[in-house]
Design a protein around this ligand. Structure first.
Ligand code: F6R
Length: 241
């Protein structure tokens, strides 16, 4: 992967927003792969600034990486809510063109296949935004995920639930399962942009970029992608050779 070290989260947001703006200039109805969590927020903020200044993203389509299983859609921490509040509203996207996997218990067995079909019907993801877990996950593909995996239900690791407890009242409120695009799904995107900030991501970033290809560190799968860019701050880059 190409590694770009930036001075701040804000600079990372501006850089990636610029790439997305170029994508939309070339194809207004481009398909953006959306990550949640803290990491992509500087990108969404930079895009929102551009939208306020007149950038039109109304034809942009989107697919989120993942969703918790069993949270009501209207729960403030469901990724349906987060995508609506952090992405669709500020970027003035068409809500009908932005998809999040269906984590409701009813129909969960077929939700993965339906999501894969929707991505294929949209012509695939043009640019996939990724964060990285401290355990090396991308999406919620936890260690041990197959490089060929497609959208399916995965159990969150104890580490991931502890990392995400900050969004909930306590770790016990963090769902145990997620529905996530697979590593195979992610690798089909035409371009990958993985962002990581802070020292707590340094180990996972170094392992993903410079370590062996291994299902034990799912983000190492990005080494298989011909167009993967990693945008990190100095702290997240600190364990790279
Ligand atoms: C979120 C996702 C996860 C996060 C990762 C990092 O949609 O798929 O892989 O990107 O857990 O989370 P943050 O950005 O909160 O550190």
């Amino acid at each position: 992967a190409e590694v770009i070290i930036v001075g701040s989260r804000r600079a990372a947001g501006a850089l990636v927003a610029e790439a997305i703006e170029r994508l939309v200039a070339a194809k207004a109805d481009s398909v953006l792969g959306l990550a949640t969590g803290d990491t992509p927020l500087p990108v969404y903020r930079a895009l929102a600034e551009r939208v306020r200044a007149g950038l039109d993203l109304s034809s942009l389509r989107g697919f989120a990486l993942d969703e918790y299983v069993g949270l009501p859609v209207a729960h403030p921490q469901s990724y349906h809510s987060v995508i609506a509040n952090e992405v669709v509203t500020p970027l003035k996207l068409d809500p009908a063109a932005v998809h999040v996997p269906d984590g409701r218990a009813l129909g969960i067995e077929t939700a993965g296949e339906r999501y894969e079909d929707a991505i294929l019907a949209a012509g695939g993801v043009d640019l996939q935004l990724l964060g990285i877990g401290t355990d090396g996950h991308i999406g919620f593909n936890e260690p041990g995920s197959s490089f060929a995996s497609l959208t399916r239900v995965k159990t969150l690791t104890r580490q991931t639930r502890a990392d995400n407890a900050r969004f909930f009242d306590s770790i016990d409120d963090v769902p145990v399962h997620s529905i996530t695009q697979g590593l195979g799904t992610i690798l089909r995107a035409k371009r990958l942009v993985l962002l990581a900030f802070g020292a707590q991501k340094a180990h996972a970033v170094a392992a993903a970029v410079e370590g062996p290809l291994t299902a034990s560190l799912p983000a190492s799968a990005i080494q298989l992608h011909p167009r993967a860019t990693v945008v990190v701050d100095e702290e997240a880059a600190s364990m790279l050779v």
